[in-house]
Design a binder for this molecule. Structure first.
Ligand SMILES: [Zn+2]
Length: 283
């Protein structure tokens, strides 16, 4: 299979004024081929609309992912918070099946009073409960994609995300490069830094270069403080990292298939800019 990198916006394009069920018509018209449905403030989509969105995305060959609610903490201290977090992921899995989302992106949680090791253990324990619940409902058509997170108080370093994905079936990583950059206080400077991340993923998880296997990514330029991410910036604000061209170069050199969801304030415009840069590189 020829290398395939898809680009699309996080949520509905700024220029789109229609119904979400038709959004993939607009995305395809722009020339983009990915879309991340945002359920970040709750899973509200109904089955009928979900199925329509799936049909519309297939018609347009737009790859759909879904971002689960922000209010999830799988390492929480309180039982009721854990339970609600698991419920939100079950709702997400159900909706993802309707809309045909190939990945369910979520932020695993916060360390709070726990050490990173203990928080990770709690998180994995919650995922075990989640998987048992889904299994008892005979749901099996989903891939959860825990995301590398941007704040240092959040569970979600590259190592932790890899650990979670190694521990469970139906799991694959979401690599938010801006979050890694912000967590690392500016750690991504050039192509070598991207190659290190990709090499680690390949070593630990088998990489994203297999047929049908897509590395799911988020990208934006980002401003950060000592605590981590602060604000997303557009691609032309080059004073903020991480750099975009070296990421594309690294993915091309490794022959990886990827979906890159653009999270800058310009959404589809910057997704198009990334796609144009990529096309010029492979021409
Ligand atoms: Zn996210």
């Amino acid at each position: 299979m020829k290398q395939n990198i898809r680009f699309g916006p996080a949520g509905n394009p700024i220029g789109f004024k229609g119904q979400t069920v038709d959004v993939c018509d607009y995305i395809r018209e722009l020339g983009l081929d990915a879309y991340e449905y945002q359920a970040t403030y709750g899973v509200r989509i109904q089955k009928q609309s979900g199925l329509k969105l799936a049909e519309n995305s297939q018609k347009n060959d737009v790859r759909v992912s879904m971002h689960a609610p922000y209010y999830i903490n799988l390492a929480a201290q309180k039982e009721d918070v854990l339970k609600r977090s698991i419920d939100r992921l079950i709702q997400s899995a159900r909706a993802a099946e309707w809309i045909g989302a190939y990945r369910i992106v979520f932020h695993p949680g916060f360390y709070t009073k726990y050490s990173p090791q203990d928080a990770l253990k709690r998180c994995k324990n919650s995922i075990t409960n989640l998987m048992e619940d889904l299994n008892s409902r005979r749901m099996e058509n989903f891939i959860f994609a825990p995301e590398t997170t941007g704040k240092r108080s959040q569970l979600g370093s590259l190592e932790e995300i890899i650990d979670i994905c190694q521990s469970f079936d139906h799991f694959a990583p979401t690599i938010d490069f801006a979050h890694l950059h912000a967590r690392g206080r500016g750690s991504i400077k050039d192509i070598d830094d991207y190659h290190k991340i990709l090499a680690k993923l390949e070593e630990e998880l088998g990489g994203g270069c297999h047929e049908h296997e897509f590395l799911h990514c988020h990208f934006t330029r980002i401003e950060y403080t000592d605590a981590g991410e602060r604000k997303h910036h557009i691609l032309t604000e080059k004073e903020y990292g991480p750099p975009m061209e070296p990421l594309l170069e690294a993915l091309i050199e490794c022959g990886w298939n990827a979906t890159i969801i653009c999270e800058t304030p310009l959404l589809e415009q910057d997704a198009l800019l990334m796609q144009k840069t990529y096309k010029n590189m492979v021409k």
